[in-house]
Design a protein around this ligand. Structure first.
Ligand SMILES: Cc1ncc(COP(=O)(O)O)c(C=O)c1O
Length: 212
């Protein structure tokens, strides 16, 4: 499985535990370096990545890389696992549509979570899987005890159905953008400066000496 390097640290042990061999693939200003992966491990069966906001650098996977990845998956009968863990919040530029929305060959397994958009203790996420995989995922889900109480799930379903979730996102986008501006102002006021803009929404600050 291709995984991003650097990447989300908790995911690697979980996958390795299943006996899967990991191929860490470098990340640059356009996200996962698909050329590199094709050169070093073209026969992988899976690619796991965070296309909207690469974790941890924040870069978005460029459109040419998205196409390259989907072509590879289609030609090698491989699966792309799209971990879309926080795409609801983006403060610069237009949000990019998920990779899943380009998935004509039906090779993308999409994962979303309510951890960032609502709260992590809800422990609720969802999958959008290609049609041919639906039955297998259903069977597997029936074998695993779901830790989320049914009442919470039904409440959440009502929350979505009645449009409250979208209103909540609209409100929180404004709040978080404001908080972000406050944080930036405070950092600059305390001697930090932007040294590198890696992705559309990721800045790295370096102290000019006052706080370090
Ligand atoms: C990159 C990435 N993927 C997945 C997750 C998992 O989210 P959760 O298990 O809370 O749904 C997180 C949580 O922070 C994350 O940062």
């Amino acid at each position: 499985m291709w995984v991003e390097d650097p990447g989300f640290p908790l995911i690697r042990p979980t996958i390795e535990q299943e006996g899967v061999t990991l191929h860490p693939v470098p990340v640059d200003g356009e996200g996962m370096d698909v050329d590199w992966a094709l050169k070093h491990a073209a026969n992988a069966r899976f690619a796991l990545l965070t296309p909207a906001h690469q974790s941890p650098t924040g870069v978005a996977l460029s459109l040419p890389r998205r196409r390259q990845l989907l072509d590879w998956a289609a030609h090698h009968q491989a699966w792309v696992i799209e971990d879309d863990y926080d795409s609801e919040f983006r403060y610069h530029g237009k949000p990019l549509p998920p990779l899943k929305s380009l998935d004509a060959p039906q090779r993308v397994i999409y994962i979303g979570t309510f951890s960032k958009a609502l709260f992590p203790a809800l422990r609720t996420a969802w999958l959008v899987v290609p049609m041919p995989l639906v039955a297998a995922f259903r069977r597997q889900a029936q074998r695993v005890a779901c830790p989320v109480p049914l009442l919470w799930q039904q409440t959440l379903a009502d929350f979505l159905r009645e449009g409250h979730f979208w209103r909540h996102l609209k409100k929180m986008r404004l709040h978080y953008a404001q908080r972000r501006r406050w944080l930036e102002t405070a950092l600059v006021a305390h001697g930090f400066q932007v040294v590198e803009q890696l992705g559309a929404s990721s800045w790295w600050y370096r102290s000019t000496g006052m706080i370090e």
